[in-house]
Design a protein around this ligand. Sequence first.
Ligand code: FE
Ligand code: FE
Ligand code: MG
Length: 170
Amino acid sequence: MAKRGNSIIKGVEISEIITLLNKAYADEWLAYYQYFIEGKVVKGIMKDAAIAELTQHAADELRHANMVADRILQLGGTPLLSPQNWFTHTNCGYETPTDFDVVAILEDAIKGEQCAISVYSELAELTKDKDIVTYNIVSEILADEVEHEEDLQALHDDISEFVESIKGKL
Ligand code: FE
Ligand code: FE
Ligand code: MG
């Protein structure tokens, strides 16, 4: 644990930051696996574009898990050690894909991103002007989650519009 590094944290309990980062850490792993498996099972029109996006987001979520785990360790905490803990600590849960259609898959993924945005925006508010290093990390992740939501929504709208235009020609 970094002594001087942690002595600069003021006005917020380090233990509280560690607890909340571990919850976000659980979310990242579940989001990673959700994107991974969605990219495998997704079906339907324009699925290649969806697979490209889902695969890229899976890699981003795994990178986020890395960033959060490293910060937990710097703060003197321990990242969750067992996948079973992901379910007991998660904020955003896990949406098991039941409908593999591309539009349904994208809708599930958008919900997940909206939850992630709320989680990181709360973490940013908690650490702003108090724990600068965590603040920077969660802000960077927050920007990625905002981009993820936008990418998925844009793709969702393109596919929905395309489906409607085909229906109009029938
Ligand atoms: Fe993430
Ligand atoms: Fe994301
Ligand atoms: Mg993207």
